[in-house]
Design a protein around this ligand. Sequence first.
Ligand SMILES: Nc1nc2c(ncn2[C@@H]2O[C@H](COP(=O)(O)OP(=O)(O)OP(=O)(O)O)[C@@H](O)[C@H]2O)c(=O)[nH]1
Ligand SMILES: [Mg+2]
Length: 234
Amino acid sequence: MRVIELNASVTDSNDREAEALRKELHEKGLLLVNLMSSPGSGKTTLLSALISDLRQELKIAVLEADIDSDVDAIAVERLGVDAIQAHTDGMCHMDAGMTRRALLSLGAQEAQDSPDSLDLPDYDLVFLENVGNLICPAEFDTGAAVKMMILSIPEGDDKPLKYPLMFSQSDILVITKMDTKDYFDFDMEACVREVKRLNPDIRIFPVSAKSGEGMKELEAEVRERMAVWKSGRA
Ligand SMILES: Nc1nc2c(ncn2[C@@H]2O[C@H](COP(=O)(O)OP(=O)(O)OP(=O)(O)O)[C@@H](O)[C@H]2O)c(=O)[nH]1
Ligand SMILES: [Mg+2]
């Protein structure tokens, strides 16, 4: 497992870079999913559960972004998929340039010498586990085709009120740790109502990565998104 050190991109055109990366990935038929949430809400655990099933049929890789440590990349690599640990030099998010560099380091050695071309193995699906927080990652387009966020039951149902940008930008909301719902006063109805007010198109999946509840439905959504992404290629 490799660890790469990334600095924030020196550019004022992140949106343009993100659009260019998304287009390149689309041409390759590679679906990049940007997974975002607060620290400890269950990103790595959810990814591990998703990968265990999806890897039977898809070639998957994971970009783990953190300020420090390599524990998450080690955890997903144990499942038999390629993983890169990206360190963000203290930054609380990944931008499009950083994501491109992390993707490049997944590729063949030669790709390091030609950083303009994404010389990657034939992945179907790459997950980016973004740095844990609900603020900065919502502000930076990484070039991913799908933005998936997690809210866990112990965090509370008021998070859409406090971090509206993250909820309004995401395509998929996973409400996880459903196995703990009897221990917390989480008002699911109020939470869903506020999320839908912010983002009427968002798809919401209540799951537990521990018990497996709701995981089949979430996997089906990922498969469906990938089929649409691949079929829409130029
Ligand atoms: N009960 C329960 N615990 C869970 C579930 N998913 C994750 N956890 C626990 O939540 C804790 C944090 O999970 P992680 O997957 O490391 O969370 P993360 O979002 O990747 O954390 P960072 O990478 O540090 O931001 C761990 O103790 C997990 O075992 C779940 O569905 N149910
Ligand atoms: Mg993690």
